[in-house]
Design a protein around this ligand. Structure first.
Ligand code: HEC
Length: 191
């Protein structure tokens, strides 16, 4: 009785091994079968990538407009440290844009010594991004989902573009050439 039980369990084990082994061993065919067909994978990935790319282009356009404007205002309108700074104009402009629609934009410090304590990296994305930009990265970005909708978050560097910046931010004089002293933080819906 005992003997037959052993042989039954051995047969069962052997059968199990035969069934399990082909799946357990790595096989090219199995790996390929699990993948969706290339066209399906490509088309869905492409649509998302295209939308992300479009949003990235929008960030680039905004970024260029804002930075050109900050330089223009500083060059033409700011003559002494009592004048309404481009930094103040940018902070106000970004606040109004952020409150009036889906695009959220902030101007933040990267030196550890902001003019206004409010203008600092607040969440992990911004804190990590500042570190990356200071280490020389051109931008830092992440796709997130908020209330079921996808958004592109991006951080772009603000260097000391002109000598006049130092008039109100004296410590910018310590920044190495090209090193960012600030950043613009974008959160734009991916559409
Ligand atoms: C006339 C003085 C003045 C000049 C010139 C000036 N800023 Fe500012 N900047 C300010 C003030 C004031 C704020 C705070 C604005 C606010 O929060 O309302 C600020 C804020 C900033 C911030 C956000 C972080 C922080 O420190 O609060 C950055 C980044 C910045 N400025 C960069 C620049 C750059 C780059 C230039 C040169 C193109 C420049 N600033 C020229 C006065 C100035």
């Amino acid at each position: 009785m005992k003997k037959s039980l052993y042989s039954v369990s051995f047969v069962a084990f052997a059968a199990l091994a035969v069934v399990v082994l082909p799946f357990g061993s790595p096989s090219v065919t199995t790996a390929e079968e699990k993948k969706p067909t290339p066209t399906e994978e490509q088309s869905s990935a492409e649509t998302d990538q295209e939308a992300v790319e479009r949003t990235r282009k929008t960030v680039e356009s905004f970024d260029n407009i804002f930075k050109q404007t900050i330089v223009l205002i500083t060059e033409k309108y700011v003559h002494d440290d009592d004048d309404f700074a481009a930094g103040s104009a940018a902070v106000l402009l970004f606040k109004n844009i952020s409150e009036s629609g889906d695009n959220k934009i902030r101007l933040i410090d990267a030196t550890g010594d902001p003019y206004e304590p409010e203008n600092v990296a607040k969440d992990d994305f911004e804190k990590q991004g500042i570190k990356k930009l200071k280490a020389g990265a051109e931008s830092h970005e992440q796709v997130i989902t908020k209330d079921g909708k996808p958004y592109l978050r991006a951080l772009t560097p603000v260097p000391v573009v002109m000598q006049k910046c130092v008039m109100c931010h004296p410590h910018y004089a310590d920044a190495k050439k090209g090193e960012p002293i600030g950043a613009i933080s974008y959160t734009l819906p991916i559409e």
